[in-house]
Design a protein around this ligand. Structure first.
Ligand SMILES: CC(=O)N[C@H](C=O)[C@@H](O)[C@H](O)[C@H](O)COP(=O)(O)O
Length: 233
């Protein structure tokens, strides 16, 4: 089962359809329509946040889903599928791939990622586990824990990598990741143009995730406004 899912996303675009409560498009229905549009336009998978969005999307789109739950715990910086509770909840939706923060940061409730992975391997042996990483140290940690997929999701989004962009220096960081593992790598995080998506595939990624550049009109609008504004100033 795992192999067939990997093959179905190989070489393709996975569209992240997410909108948090504070975002204009926050709605499971809207996210399901975004996913439908993505599928009709050639996406090979969907990345989705929250049980309600995952279920709404999977009701209308039959594509492999990377499921997460974003939840903020006051005592931790880890917010993507942070504890065993959230990982179990996403696994229970039937998502083919479950992604979680795999940084070396401390998790809520004193939980540790090794125990989470071990428990989930027993409870959901067929679920593919994707490590959302932000550094080479995270990648090495995720490899040691036995994740199935490495994602660059958090590069540029952690305190240590704030301001970094995976495309810098012709994806120098991504090349480092690809060089230290034979695991499938999914490029994710600020892949905001077709050219960048093409480049990461040329470099050898299993697949590429793009989110805001496709499904966050507020981000897209800001880029247009900034570009036009640069002319008038
Ligand atoms: C940092 C964080 O919370 N990233 C989230 C991970 O699920 C999503 O909000 C991103 O949209 C997704 O990773 C795709 O990245 P981009 O939107 O840059 O194409």
């Amino acid at each position: 089962m795992k192999e067939s899912v990997m093959e179905s996303v190989r070489g393709g675009l996975i569209v992240s359809c997410q909108a948090l409560p504070e975002e204009p498009l926050h709605s499971s229905f809207i996210m399901s329509r975004m996913a439908k549009a993505a599928k009709e336009s050639g996406a090979v998978g969907i990345r989705a946040n929250s049980i309600v969005d995952i279920q709404a999307i999977r009701d209308v789109v039959t594509l492999p889903t990377i499921g997460i739950i974003k939840k903020v715990y006051s005592e931790s910086d880890v917010f993507i599928t942070p504890t065993l509770k959230e990982v179990r909840q996403v696994c229970a939706t039937g998502c083919e791939i479950v992604a979680m923060d795999a940084t070396i940061h401390s998790r809520p409730n004193g939980e540790n990622l090794q125990d989470i992975v071990g428990t989930i391997r027993e409870e959901y042996p067929d679920t593919i586990l994707m490590a959302d990483t932000g550094s080479i140290e995270d990648v090495e940690f995720a490899i040691k824990l036995g994740f199935d997929i490495i994602g660059t999701t958090l590069y540029g989004y952690t305190t240590e990598t704030e301001g970094c962009d995976v495309s810098m220096n012709d994806f120098a960081y991504l090349k480092e990741v690809l060089a230290i593992t034979d695991l499938p790598v999914i490029a994710e995080g600020k892949i905001d143009t077709p050219e960048k998506a093409k480049r990461v595939m040329e470099l050898g990624c299993l697949a590429v995730v793009s989110g805001g550049a496709i499904t966050r009109p507020q981000e897209i609008t800001r880029k247009f406004v900034a570009a036009i504004g640069s002319v008038n100033n």
